[in-house]
Structure formats: C-alpha cells, structure tokens
Write a protein that binds this ligand. Structure first.
Ligand code: SF4
Length: 348
C-alpha cells in the first residue's frame, strides 16, 4: 500500500530502513527482545541510537502482537494506507529546552503514522499549541513526511507501543521505562521544563526522575492541571508542569481549553520567549545557552554512600530509591493490575 505523503509502497508493519519518512532504524539496528535487553540498549548511545533502538523493540509480546495485528487489519477509514505498526520513537529536537511527556501511541494514530501525536485529534491539539508557542514549524500534524519539525521541544511517551484497550500493564510500563529514562537523561543538559500530559505522564516523569537519581520534592508532588514541581537534575533545576491530557474526552467536554493548554505550556517553557525570523521560540540563532541560576548549586550531588542505577549520587537517594512508582517490584505490587488510558485514538 502507498504512503499517503510519499506514495511509496510499504508493508504493514513497516520493516525498518525501507524509506518511511523519519524512520530512525535500519535493518542492522539491534532489537530488544526482553526487559534486560531494553535496559542494556537504553543505557548507551546518543539520541539517534535511542530513537532507532526503541523503534524496533519487541520486548513486550502482548503489545507486539497487538500493534502488528492492528497494522494488518486496519480501520476502515485507513484501509488504503500502510500502518507503521512498530514502537513510536520520540519526536523533536535532540537538545530540547522543553519535553512533553504523553502516554502511549493510539492504535490508529501514531501506530498508523509512525510519529508521536500524529494522525488523530489529540495530535491536532498539542501540535497547534506547540506552534502557537513557537516550538513547531506548522500547526498541523497529519502524517510523517508532512514537513513538521519541532525546534527546542521533544515529545516522549512512557509506553511506546499501542496497547490493547489503551491499557498497558504495570509490567509493560516497567519494561518500557528505560527508554523514557534515557530520553530524560540525554535531554537534561539543555532541558529547563517538562510538560506532563495527564496523571500518567506526570507519574512517569516523577518515576523517571527518581530512577535517574534526580531530586524530587517530598512529599511527592501530586498531579493536577497547572501543578508545578521542581526536579533537580545534575545539570540544574527543571520545572515540571502538569496539564490535563489533550484527549478528545477532555477537549470535547472543554475540561481542557486552548488557553488552559497554552498557559501550562508557557509555564513549562519558562514564560513567553523571543522568536526568530521563522517565528520559532524554542532554540534560536544567536542566543547563548540558558544559564543555570545560582540557586541550583544546592542541587549538586553530595556523596551519601548510595549510588543509583544510572550512577548519579543524590542527597536523598537513600530515601527515594525504594519509592520508585514504576521501577520496583514493591511499587508494581502497589499498582492495580491495569491502569486505563484515555479512550481510543485520543493520545499520541
Ligand atoms: S512497550 Fe516499550 S518495551 Fe514494550 S515492546 Fe514497546 S517499545 Fe518495547
């Protein structure tokens, strides 16, 4: 079947390295077949390696079967299109100021188009907001290959395969977590803000910060729309801001409006920013790197005798390590068997 933008023929799911726009992998990319594989492959390499390896991952048998079944069977409205049918890699700038943390690909959205928040209504919302804030080159996100670029922003997901019923299991979220951890770790040197979409995106971000040994306020910050918390990375403080998810359920009912989303995005981005001649405000020519404020010095890492998985030292590692919400057997037992995500087709 022909790609709707390029007209090239593809199988569904799409084999890596066959020409799909933005495909970060090729036939030689190492494939993860288990949770230890994911942990090992996510621990090394740069952003391109991360994107390539995560886009061919097969570590969760149930999700692999589901995403590929959806890709073969398709929805009637897209019956003439090839489906990506693989994990969806993060989208955007390799050195972002702003990270947007979503949930998981939608079966007929990103699982079809192969790009985060692309091909469904929730994508229309977040990309329009990123465009208004100067982080996107266009307000629409129709399909991979449509010309969209994010500048200064990167969109990531805690679970990178479309889950049946929009409900990944705790084990699947735990297996996928190293990809998210690595995204945060690689972004940290330039990162100043994170916009977490929904309570699951918020919890995933806090969990990743804890696993990375970043400082997280105590008591643990709770999600609500407009909630804010400061995370302490080795490179300085990062502002975490919560927003209701851009799901159809939230936007149709006006629980989330455009001004609400714009305000949360502006807070996460550090307020209104000067734009370049393309109208982009993310990372623009001529601007010096963002200096870390002097107060950040208290977030440096004094030795405390405990070393986290990533090798960072944190003054409260000894308190935070046993409380990782997604990263430990203890926390997995505390979770309900399945956490439901917003309704089908309403998230990245
Ligand atoms: S959900 Fe994550 S860990 Fe599981 S198969 Fe997909 S990319 Fe791999």
């Amino acid at each position: 079947m022909r790609h709707p933008i390029t007209g090239q023929d593809f199988d569904s799911p799409v084999p890596p390295g066959t020409g799909w726009p933005g495909d970060p992998a090729d036939a030689r990319t190492t494939v993860a077949h288990s949770a230890p594989d994911v942990e090992r492959l996510a621990a090394t390499g740069g952003v391109h390696d991360l994107d390539a390896r995560s886009s061919v991952c097969r570590a969760c048998p149930r999700l692999v079967e589901w995403r590929e079944q959806v890709a073969r069977e398709k929805r009637a409205a897209f019956a003439d299109q090839p489906y990506w049918g693989r994990p969806v890699a993060s989208l955007g700038d390799v050195a972002p100021r702003l990270l947007v943390v979503g949930l998981a690909p939608a079966a007929h959205g990103a699982n079809r188009t192969g790009r985060m928040f692309t091909g469904d209504r929730s994508g229309d919302w977040i990309h329009a907001a990123l465009f208004r804030a100067g982080f996107a080159t266009q307000p629409e996100s129709v399909h991979a290959g449509d010309g969209l670029e994010l500048v200064g922003a990167r969109i990531v997901a805690p679970v990178r395969c479309a889950p049946p019923g929009n409900a990944p299991t705790p084990l699947e979220r735990h297996t996928c977590a190293p990809w998210l951890d690595r995204d945060l770790e690689l972004a940290a040197p330039t990162l100043t803000g994170i916009l977490a979409l929904g309570g699951i995106g918020w919890a995933a971000t806090v969990g990743a910060a804890l696993r990375l040994g970043w400082t997280v306020p105590r008591p643990r910050p709770k999600f609500t729309h407009g909630a804010e918390a400061e995370l302490g990375s080795p490179h300085g403080p990062i502002r975490l801001v919560g927003s209701y998810h851009v799901s159809q359920q939230n936007t149709f009912t006006r629980r989330l409006t455009e001004p609400m989303l714009d305000a949360a995005l502006a807070r996460a981005a550090g307020g209104p920013r000067r734009r370049d001649d393309r109208g982009l405000a993310g990372v623009y020519a001529g601007e010096a790197p963002v200096a870390q404020p002097a107060e950040a010095s208290h977030l440096k890492w004094p030795k405390c005798g405990f070393e986290s998985r990533r090798g960072y030292r944190s003054r409260n590692d000894h308190r935070t390590a046993p409380q990782e919400p997604w990263g430990t057997r203890r926390s997995m037992r505390a979770l309900t068997p399945v956490t439901r995500l917003p309704s089908e087709g309403t998230h990245p």
